[in-house]
Design a protein around this ligand. Structure first.
Ligand SMILES: Nc1nc2c(ncn2[C@@H]2O[C@H](COP(=O)(O)OP(=O)(O)OP(=O)(O)O)[C@@H](O)[C@H]2O)c(=O)[nH]1
Ligand SMILES: [Mg+2]
Length: 284
């Protein structure tokens, strides 16, 4: 799958990045939400540079979708770079409880200074990240109610929104992509996890690329879910085998690639293929 020919950096993101640059002065720091299945593809060095006058806390969200060993591996890679990361599960009650503590400790000097002056001021965080990583879900988990709109596709949050809780104020922002991708692999990962707008992607191409990558990362995940033996099969043959087994056939028994593609992609995104990290210990 080649992403060169598609318009994956839409104009509204340029606008969103500008908004974030303007609003960063109101914030004490940035909470940057990553999808644990593709954390490195989710990083946005351009945005990091633009917001670099504030400390960053990375949140490895959707940790329920990766294994413990991949989680440890990713945390070790971030630690090696000296980057502070906390893990979370936005959809679980209590799944984000360490974020506030970590953010507070990142700003400990400011907290101490305020305390010494007798000032009680809420800490303000800008919550940023690639589309669909769970920014709004994490905010809702932190404030214990549905304050921000969430959805299972890219581009749900369109404008900025302040969410205020006791001692902590969070600025929800629209998902933003890095304006240039370090490599095509990262682009693919973002497409698999639903970070790109699906409407601009060809579902058949996307599914074929995903099957090809899963055959390398976790062949057993495909075999177990669909009962297909991958031995000697090409990715296209695996695709067609899955389609037959799942009854994704049009009139005359012709394979319905689109229906099967949506099914496999949805299975991957919802974790039904198992706990799979695209950038874990066993990657491409
Ligand atoms: N499995 C799992 N799903 C999650 C988690 N956090 C969020 N989600 C799901 O991910 C999807 C996207 O969540 P949102 O909170 O809308 O993501 P967002 O980053 O605000 O997305 P945009 O506003 O489009 O940039 C929703 O279907 C959430 O239910 C998590 O920790 N685990
Ligand atoms: Mg959102």
């Amino acid at each position: 799958m080649d992403l060169d020919h598609i318009q994956w950096f839409p104009g509204h993101m340029t606008k969103a990045m500008r908004m974030m640059e303007e609003n960063i002065k109101l914030c004490d720091g940035v909470i940057f939400v990553l999808d644990a299945r593709a954390p490195f593809a989710c990083r946005n060095k351009t945005l990091e540079k633009k917001l670099s006058n504030r400390p960053f806390l990375y949140v490895l969200n959707k940790c329920d979708l990766i294994s413990e060993s991949d989680k440890d591996y990713i945390l070790s890679l971030f630690a090696a770079e000296g980057i502070k990361v906390v893990t979370s599960i936005g959809t679980m009650s209590n799944g984000c409880k360490n974020i506030y503590t970590a953010f507070k400790s990142l700003l400990i000097e400011k907290v101490e200074r305020n305390k010494a002056k007798g000032v009680t001021k809420a800490l303000r965080a800008m919550v940023a990240g690639v589309p669909n990583t769970g920014k709004s879900t994490v905010i809702n988990a932190l404030c214990g109610k549905k304050a921000a709109i969430v959805g299972d596709k890219a581009g749900v949050t369109r404008g900025k929104q302040w969410v205020r809780l006791d001692g902590f104020e969070l600025l929800d922002t629209p998902g933003t992509m890095p304006p240039s991708l370090d490599n095509n692999e990262y682009g693919k990962h973002l497409a698999y996890i639903g970070g790109l707008n699906d409407a601009i992607l060809d579902v058949g191409d996307l599914c074929l690329a995903l099957i090809e990558d899963l055959m390398k990362i976790c062949p057993k995940c495909l075999e177990d879910r669909y009962g297909v033996s991958l031995d000697q099969l090409t990715p296209l043959q695996v695709y067609e085998e899955i389609a037959k087994r799942r009854g994704c056939l049009a009139k005359g028994g012709v394979i319905d690639y689109e229906r099967c593609g949506s099914l496999v992609i949805d299975d991957f995104r919802k974790g039904r293929l198992g706990k799979i990290c695209l950038e874990g210990k066993v990657s491409l």
